[in-house]
Design a protein around this ligand. Sequence first.
Ligand SMILES: Nc1ncnc2c1ncn2[C@@H]1O[C@H](COP(=O)(O)OP(=O)(O)OP(=O)(O)O)[C@@H](O)[C@H]1O
Length: 335
Amino acid sequence: MTETLLEVENLAIRFRTHGGEAAAVSDVSFRLGRGETLAMVGESGSGKSVTSLALMRLLPKAPQCTVSGSIRLRGKDGGMFDVLSLPEERMRAVRGNNLAMVFQEPMTSLNPVQTIGAQITETIRLHRPMTRRAAEDEAARLLDLVGIPSARQRLSAYPHHLSGGMRQRAMIAMALSCEPSVLIADEPTTALDVTIQAQILDLLRRLQEQTGMAVIFITHNLGVVAEIADRVMVMYAGRVVEQAAVLPLFEQPLMPYTQGLLRSVPRLDLAGRRTGALPAIRGNVPDPRYPPAGCAFHPRCDFFIGGRCDSQAPALDITPDDRQVRCLRWREIAA
Ligand SMILES: Nc1ncnc2c1ncn2[C@@H]1O[C@H](COP(=O)(O)OP(=O)(O)OP(=O)(O)O)[C@@H](O)[C@H]1O
């Protein structure tokens, strides 16, 4: 196992809403090693984004939102520190230096009235003592690194001058500008067409090999997960319901929810033989203000047993081959 860069334990996130308290995330624990890619998957509303925003400390403040548990990150001095107890001023330095994030839609993160060069240069100088000239050289080097052609000329381009794929590359360059040890990529390729998507995934993999950076990759798309992840964490209704290395998870998903997600991935080997739409998981993710009793997935589950799944909340079990699964019936399902 590689050196731990991030360790999350018993993370819980609650929102105060008009309809009452909502537990958006409960009891989430995971670790991330150097150079590793963890994919966080699950339907909309399962808690992926709020988990990553908690890591960045970008959630609304109490009393609207409360975060508990522990988030420990390895600093550049080699020691681990606690993210949740850091004063806001220190946290500003952590964003960028240790942890960086790229979002699905770069237009919402890039400033439309500032050139790409100015934005990257500013980010670099915020974190690293450098002259403007040296920061510009560094910005051009980063744009080149992420595969933007004629990088130096592009410094004077505005975001709207670039295509979607190029803007996403510029966002990645900006995120990389302070050499973060952990990069959070929240649906970074969803808005792009398939070819560009593949190029961006390829780019992330290459950068990771070069820098040893760890990546948390948030996605709905299990096809992408197979491409990029070492490990997968499946979230449902704010909880981890399965966690495993990518191959075993694809070969034998244990949690019925993961099985449902995998059934809804198009398969090339079945192309032409398939008729009709891909099977979707019936029903919807529960409202976090009114979670179902027992297993949160039971109203949608094909393996549901009355009197058991709707009354007993499953714990996150560790399997003999060191996977994690939250299902009362996983042993029967595995058999
Ligand atoms: N500011 C907020 N106030 C109240 N509830 C919120 C707030 N932000 C998020 N939530 C709730 O937290 C839960 C988890 O949302 P989250 O955005 O993390 O899901 P997700 O898995 O990332 O979904 P998506 O894939 O659509 O981004 C949802 O039920 C959502 O309604």
